[in-house]
Design a protein around this ligand. Structure first.
Ligand SMILES: [Zn+2]
Length: 385
């Protein structure tokens, strides 16, 4: 087979697999209609996919011509991916099937530890996840890990200010221990990818995912593809400057959006307001539930600042959808109104009328699922060659 033919075959096989992935219980005839491929091509490639356990034949469907054709299904249990979301105060891991559905999850809390301690905890979490993978044809298709920081295309963490990690060859270190493929991503990119791939947001081809955790970052989907910038560093909007002489940010500069609109900002401000230390976001939500006016006002202020930053994003990207995810979703009922009012008051009407701003339906799970999704995509792409 020539290189050109091989490329054509790979393209067609991926097309068929994606068609079956998107429409469960599809027939060979439907695939021919949807893809415009020849009958013989579809027949051959479908057989290959069945032999490779990537799709299954199920049931029978009466076709209009009187012939019966079997329906095809994507085999989401052919393999499993591991996803790990490294937070500043937690490590969250999932085992997902090839549809991104969680079959096991575990979360561990961790506080201001050195990298070595984090790394040990991460390794033991990965071993725990590995043990939960059920027997299946492809076993573990890989591990995706999301980090709140700047990641280069080689899987190195250049800078994660809230974790205080700098220049860590994370992918290489993990590859020395584990045999499966590994992909390191930025957490906001992972969240955006999960929201786009595995929720009802598939239709929104221009989507932004705002990760509001201890820090703040943005994952960008443009024309149905993730946009990572020239070097993979896009979406560092947490460090766009709202106030030239403002609060000091963890990055060392002054007045960053993150210093006003993140979980870190809320916790720091709350310590001053109610004179308590070692607070958590869950405690703040509880105080707000108990009608603590100071904390309720604080959440309104956080909502206002999230809204200001979102207004800037809307004016830059003219997106269809903005999804707010990560830990701040826990305080949705206290930040949402101020956030939406701020956006409405400050956005050009033409922009405002066409954008929807929502909180993530995947809540705290989006980032880990998204991290795993990058590796599932790699697997599916390789399987089609
Ligand atoms: Zn900053």
């Amino acid at each position: 087979m020539s290189w050109n033919q091989q490329l054509g075959k790979k393209f067609n096989k991926e097309l068929i697999l994606k068609e079956i992935f998107l429409h469960s219980d599809i027939s060979r005839g439907d695939i021919i209609k949807e893809t415009g491929l020849k009958k013989a091509t579809v027949a051959n490639l479908v057989n290959e996919l069945i032999d490779e356990n990537l799709i299954l034949e199920s049931g029978e469907e009466a076709s209009t011509g009187g012939r019966r054709s079997k329906k095809l299904k994507f085999n989401e249990k052919a393999g499993f991916a591991l996803g790990v979301d490294i937070g500043v105060n937690y490590i969250y891991g999932v085992v997902v099937n090839l549809r991104g559905e969680i079959i096991f999850e575990d979360v561990q809390t961790i506080h201001s530890a050195a990298f070595e301690t984090y790394f040990e905890r991460i390794i033991s979490l990965i071993h725990l996840l590995m043990n939960k993978v059920p027997p299946c044809p492809y076993q573990i298709v890989g591990l995706g890990m999301a980090i709140p920081g700047i990641i280069d295309t080689g899987g190195n963490v250049l800078d994660a200010p809230n974790l205080q990690w700098k220049n860590i060859e994370l992918k290489r270190m993990l590859e020395e221990i584990f045999q499966f493929p590994i992909y390191i991503s930025n957490e906001a990119n992972a969240g955006a990818y999960a929201e786009f791939t595995f929720t009802q947001n598939k239709e929104a081809n221009n989507l932004l995912y705002l990760s509001v955790g201890i820090g703040l970052g943005v994952g960008i989907i443009i024309n149905g593809k993730i946009y990572q910038g020239n070097n993979g560093y896009s979406g560092e909007n947490g460090h766009t400057i709202l106030n030239l002489n403002g609060k000091t940010c963890t990055c060392g500069r002054k007045g960053c959006w993150e210093a006003y609109a993140s979980e870190h900002a809320a916790l720091k401000e709350a310590e001053n307001l109610i004179n308590e230390t070692s607070l958590t976001l869950e405690q703040l939500v509880q105080y707000a539930d108990e009608n603590n006016e100071k904390i309720r006002k604080l959440f309104q202020e956080i909502g206002f600042y999230i809204g200001i930053g979102i207004t800037n994003l809307i004016h830059t990207f003219n997106p269809e959808k903005i999804i707010i995810g990560n830990s701040m979703t826990k305080a949705q009922r206290y930040v949402e109104l101020a956030l939406l009012e701020t956006i409405e008051a400050n956005t050009y009407p033409a922009h405002f009328e066409t954008v929807s701003v929502e909180f993530s339906s995947l809540r705290g799970q989006a980032i880990a699922i998204g991290a795993a999704t990058f590796i599932i995509d790699q697997f599916i792409e390789l399987s089609s060659s």
